[in-house]
Design a binder for this molecule. Structure first.
Ligand SMILES: Nc1ncnc2c1ncn2[C@@H]1O[C@H](COP(=O)(O)OP(=O)(O)OP(=O)(O)O)[C@@H](O)[C@H]1O
Length: 245
């Protein structure tokens, strides 16, 4: 039961951004995707989501690609983008209902699941609000609620902590840990290494479209030959190598 990425080349207009990327994520693991601006993190997430077609190689969930079974593949993934995408003409409640429809969940079940999340994020009094009345952080919380009410076994999150206040970061971090403990695989990008260090079982280090390291911190220490290094030290070494290229 995994997300399996094999020999993946992917990018835009035949120009590969990702070059021969290989990794797998088991259900229940939290994985941090780390790399400088432009390294290809969002391109990788978009390819996993099926928004970009691989130029070569494959992305499979439980052995099936999006081409093999589009519906199963899509329902297995929930996505929280870096910039919240909400429909101006739908209320918060209607966003939850629409998510329920998209993931084949009865609306009353979705509302039950949403209730504690809305309370935690202090949005429970705002069910009839439209997105124009929400702050950026509140919009991000709506995206989090919609993703977490699904039964998706893979959660893909682009910069999850951007725009959230410290309390929301703490609550969201705890929610992610709970989700992983229940068997959800979580892949997220971040530039906030301290949170990644606390949260992740292991890391994917992406440099110029190439996965140059993967593993937990002690495995990364071995791969980068830095026996005493912290995640910060390894990241800085990776960026210095990039500047020297
Ligand atoms: N729609 C696009 N068309 C063409 N090239 C693109 C497109 N989107 C991204 N790129 C290029 O692909 C490369 C990787 O970009 P990507 O957005 O995946 O990086 P990233 O690691 O997510 O960066 P950041 O940390 O800034 O979000 C960059 O060179 C970028 O210019």
């Amino acid at each position: 039961m995994t997300l399996q990425v094999d020999n993946l080349f992917s990018g835009y207009r035949q120009v590969p951004v990702l070059k021969d990327v290989n990794f797998s994520i088991k259900f229940g693991e939290i994985v941090g995707l780390i790399g400088l601006n432009g390294a290809g993190k969002s391109t990788l997430l978009k390819t996993i989501l099926g928004l970009i077609e691989p130029q070569q190689g494959s992305v499979k969930i439980n052995g099936q690609s999006i081409v093999d079974n589009h519906k199963d593949y899509a329902q297995n993934i929930a996505y929280i983008p870096e910039t919240p995408i909400l429909y101006e003409e739908l209320t918060l409640k209607e966003h939850i209902e629409m998510t329920a429809l998209g993931y084949n969940i009865p609306v009353d079940v979705a509302m039950q699941r949403a209730e504690p999340l809305l309370k935690m994020f202090r949005l429970d009094k705002n069910l009839n609000w439209f997105p124009t009345h929400f702050s950026k952080g509140m919009k991000q919380k709506v995206m989090v609620v919609c993703a977490l009410i699904t039964d998706a076994k893979i959660l893909i999150i682009d910069e999850p902590f951007l725009g959230l206040d410290p309390i929301a970061i703490r609550d969201f971090t705890n929610l992610l840990k709970e989700r992983a403990a229940d068997g959800t695989a979580i892949l997220f990008t971040t530039h906030v290494l301290s949170i990644a260090d606390e949260l992740c079982d292991y890391f994917l280090m992406l440099r110029a479209g190439v996965l140059i390291g993967q593993g937990n911190v002690s495995e990364l220490r071995e791969q980068f030959m830095m026996p005493e290094a912290s995640l910060d030290d390894i990241y800085i070494a990776m960026t210095e190598q990039e500047e020297a290229l």
